[in-house]
Design a binder for this molecule. Structure first.
Ligand code: FAD
Ligand code: EPU
Length: 343
């Protein structure tokens, strides 16, 4: 059936990225069914070559210029309990679903495992992209499989846990297969009996403030939401993409040397050889916390978050990130890596 593919020329992406940057896409379209997606790809293949960018909620992207290509917004919707066994529910969500709405749905149904990942902006389809994580949990801990469409080879592929090569803010989709696959759905393996994860100190403190007596996954979700709201800016009020940089992971030996010089340095062991350093601390020590120049700034409560006060450009934000990286390197000899996808 012909769905009447419509590519909109010169479309502003301001409403489609959480930095609120007013860049334009040469062509733009959204799809809400597999048929519509396949038809769009056929149509795209008939055009002179131009790059293709898949967009979810635009909450982990920095547009540094207009997109001279086709932007395809994923609007595939639906959730489904597809299977269960003694211990787990297997829940499939379409990629265009809003992540937090999906988390709330699972909490309501009693499907446990996503509660620590409450209130992360963006779509289900992007969740495997950087193995989203917060408050002691990453999606690799609850991931079962995903379905993706191979754009050039025109077929569906299923990826299981081992195929995704998940790491800290990493997966095969972020590097090796960037822009090669369109993730169309993700299936999560969620517990019937919750395994509460309150390892992140701030959660217990918040639960105490909430005077929780008998812990539930809803309580953990509420605590996480309260913590996040207290320090992370809401993109609908202040443009941002969450943490702009990753927390650097260095060897224990290097950490000990740094600790001699900077006794307050904040680091947590990742394993017996590596330590993850709080990039927020490094950036704060370099004097950037609360920095503002024109409409670009470093957030006053969480310096890992770069913000757009209104009319900053992507190039301004990128420049600030470069300046921060340079000063952190000069002071600590540590190279910060950007977490946000630069386009
Ligand atoms: P987008 O920004 O639309 O896309 C991100 C990348 O994935 C792009 O390269 C895009 O091309 C690709 N992509 C998107 N959808 C698909 C698809 N279906 N198939 C293939 N490729 C795709 N992240 C965390 O991990 N933990 C946090 O705690 C966290 N907190 C945040 C707080 C705030 C206030 C904000 C603004 C962001 C935060 N983030 C966090 C980052 C962001 O929410 C996540 O990375 C989220 O998964 C991005 O989803 P999205 O749909 O907006 O992706
Ligand atoms: N810190 C400072 N100064 C500050 C703020 C924090 O020195 O102004 C230090 C404190 O020592 C604090 C530590 O940094 O204990 C860690 O801060 P926080 O708990 O806010 O977490 P984060 O390491 O800055 C990471 C993720 C977040 C995730 C939170 C909670 C990365 C890059 N960021 O932030 O993810 O929500 O932990 O788990 O790993 C994102 O990826 O976009 C994101 C927001």
């Amino acid at each position: 059936m012909y769905h009447g593919t419509q590519f909109i020329p010169d479309r502003s992406l301001k409403a489609y990225n959480s930095f609120g940057l007013d860049v334009h896409a040469r062509l733009f379209a959204s799809f809400n069914s597999m048929d519509a997606l396949l038809e769009m790809l056929e149509h795209y293949n008939e055009l002179p070559y131009m790059p293709l960018l898949i967009l979810g909620g635009g909450s982990n992207i920095l547009f540094t210029r207009d997109v001279d290509g086709l932007v395809l917004k994923n609007d595939l919707k639906g959730f489904e309990l597809i299977d269960e066994d003694k211990d787990y529910f297997y829940v499939k969500a379409m990629a265009g679903e809003n992540w937090h709405q999906f988390v709330l749905y699972c909490i309501e149904k009693g499907y446990a495992g996503l509660e620590n990942l409450s209130l992360i902006p963006g779509s289900v389809g992007a969740s495997p992209m950087q193995n989203i994580g917060a408050y002691g949990v990453e999606i690799k801990d609850v991931f079962h499989s995903l379905e993706a469409w191979h754009i050039n080879e025109k077929h569906k592929e299923i990826f299981y846990l081992k195929d995704c090569e998940f790491g800290y803010r990493e997966s095969v989709f972020k590097e090796k297969y960037r822009n090669k696959f369109i993730i169309t759905s993700v299936t999560y393996r969620l517990r019937k009996v919750p395994d509460f994860n309150t390892s992140y100190g701030a959660i217990n403190e918040e639960l105490e403030k909430m005077k929780v007596k008998e812990l539930s996954i809803k309580d953990i979700s509420d605590a996480v939401i309260r913590i996040r709201q207290s320090k992370l800016p809401d993109p609908s009020h202040l443009g941002n993409a969450g943490s702009f940089f990753k927390n650097p992971v260095i060897s224990i030996g290097r950490f000990k040397t740094l600790e001699e010089k900077f006794p307050q340095i904040v680091g947590h062991p990742v394993n017996e050889h590596k330590v993850k350093i709080a990039a927020a601390w490094l950036i704060e020590q370099c004097g950037w916390k609360g920095f503002r120049k024109g409409d670009v700034g470093c957030h006053e409560k969480q310096p890992l978050v770069l913000v757009n006060y209104g009319n900053a450009t992507g190039a301004d934000i990128f420049k600030l990130s470069t300046d921060i990286m340079q000063s952190v390197f000069e002071k600590f000899g540590i190279h910060l890596e950007r977490e946000v996808n630069i386009v």
